[in-house]
Write a protein that binds this ligand. Structure first.
Ligand code: HEM
Ligand code: NAG
Ligand code: NAG
Ligand code: NAG
Ligand code: NAG
Ligand code: NAG
Ligand code: NAG
Length: 354
């Protein structure tokens, strides 16, 4: 125990020597008004892994320097983890029953899945197997969002990892890009997210990419203008996707204005009828969502504040805590059922696993 603690201190000394441990640039949103889910807390790893946040922040920062696409990749994986059955790292499990091979996985980026496992390995080698993959994903998502220019917020910790992937009928509750606003409201409402959360979280399409099959309904029929699409934009998409051979090789930026930056320009796209998916553009045209979409286009601060609050809400959906689930020793595979798992903080049950 003493040696792993010493290793953690050395790692953090290295990290803090090469970067600011507290980047002050990001807009920090106070989300303490959002209720913290039972079993989660801000200081959860204070005794078992006090530097976990610094380790995650450092490794995400290194990955972001090499590939800014890691930020949209992570936030989408997080959405696909939390939305169907809760933030339990079930989406990270590979293998034959994996959520990753089900249709809505829609091209989750393998580099980001690997990054989470690499961070887990670093955190576990510094502290022992106390930190869950679900918590690492929640932290890494927040840190990459900040790296890309987005708001920062506190992440309460203590999530545990699912023992198995979600069933296909659960994964299929993820919304589709051709959904109408009433369908989106129903889909989010079923998961405890309201209309404001829907409009704010859709702003995650401020960065990252899509593949032609996800948006071909925007130009295939040429005259399909419900919701409206800028005809020049439709023509550009059509020409681009004509070269999508084999299917799935062409990518299109979700936000045509600032494709890699997390900002409120996504809502400018909607005002200009240049939202990529029907589910994006429709937000600007339905009376239940258009006022909020317009407000976010005019006021980035209001968008950032609501986005942070909605992310905190989503990051606490149906979490496993206490003795539920497990702390996975590899984010891609469930642990071998050799002994009884205990909650982080109780060293006894975990000693056998180290
Ligand atoms: C409102 C309903 C939503 C729908 C219908 C939707 C649909 C999609 C689709 C179809 C793609 C493109 C997949 C591909 O072709 O590769 C995509 C990408 C993406 N989505 Fe969503 N999404 C929704 C909400 C969200 C939310 C709530 C978040 C996060 C908070 C999110 C974050 C992203 C990001 C960042 C990407 C780009 C991923 C990358 O570049 O790797 N989406 N989404
Ligand atoms: C799943 O991940 C494990 C550990 O990284 C690896 O050994 C295994 O080959 C992977 N399985 C599949 C089907 O990708
Ligand atoms: C997602 O599913 C598709 C097809 O179902 C598969 O080809 C792809 O490898 C999967 N992606 C990941 C990251 O597992
Ligand atoms: C999914 O399927 C399982 C098993 O077939 C069932 O118990 C569960 O109620 C279903 N859930 C939903 C949301 O359809
Ligand atoms: C094109 O329009 C027809 C008739 O309105 C519709 O059935 C079809 O689904 C549309 N195709 C696409 C790709 O949207
Ligand atoms: C929102 O939509 C309603 C109904 O279509 C319309 O009356 C209203 O002016 C729109 N508001 C904004 C801010 O676009
Ligand atoms: C929706 O939830 C947000 C928190 O994300 C809250 O501030 C807002 O009051 C709620 N709006 C409605 C219409 O219930």
């Amino acid at each position: 125990m003493a040696s792993t603690r010493a290793a953690a201190i050395i790692l953090v000394a290295l990290i803090c020597g090469t970067m600011h441990c507290h980047p002050a640039a990001a807009m920090k949103v106070d989300t303490t008004g959002v209720a913290v889910a039972d079993g989660l807390s801000l200081g959860f790893y204070q005794d078992t892994c006090p530097f976990v946040e610094h380790i995650v922040e450092f490794l995400v920062g290194e990955a972001f320097k090499k590939d800014v696409g890691i930020a949209p990749a992570l936030i989408r994986i997080f959405f696909h983890d939390c939305f169907p059955q809760g933030c339990d790292a079930s989406v990270l499990l590979n293998g034959t029953a994996s959520e990753q091979i089900q249709p809505p996985n829609q091209t989750l980026r393998p580099t980001a899945l690997k990054l989470i496992e690499d961070i887990r390995a670093a955190v576990h080698s510094a502290c022992g197997p106390f930190v869950s993959c679900a918590d690492i994903l929640a932290l890494a998502t927040r840190d990459s969002l900040v790296d890309a220019g987005g708001p920062s917020y506190a992440v309460a910790l203590g999530r545990r990892d699912a023992l198995a992937p979600a069933l296909p009928n659960i994964t299929n509750t993820l919304p589709a890009p051709f959904f109408t606003v009433p369908q989106l409201i129903k889909s989010f409402g079923d998961r405890g997210l309201n209309v404001t959360d829907l409009v704010a979280l859709s702003g995650a399409h401020s960065f990252g990419v899509a593949h032609c099959p996800a948006f071909e309904d925007r130009f295939k029929n040429g005259t399909d203008t419900n919701p409206p699409i800028d005809p020049k934009f439709a023509a550009t998409l059509k020409a681009k996707c004509a070269g999508d051979n084999p299917v799935g090789t062409v990518t299109q930026n979700l936000d045509v204005r600032t494709p890699d930056k997390f900002d409120n320009k996504y809502y400018f796209d909607l005002v200009a009828s240049q939202g990529l998916f029907k589910s994006d553009q429709a937000l600007f045209h339905h009376s239940a969502t258009n006022r909020t979409a317009v407000r976010f286009s005019l006021n980035e601060g209001a968008f950032f504040t609501q986005f942070a609050i909605s992310m905190v809400k989503m990051s606490q959906m149906d979490v496993l805590t206490g003795t539920q689930g497990e702390i996975r020793n590899n984010c891609a595979v469930p642990n071998k059922r050799v002994g009884i798992q205990t909650a982080a903080g109780n060293n006894d049950g975990l000693a056998a696993e180290m």
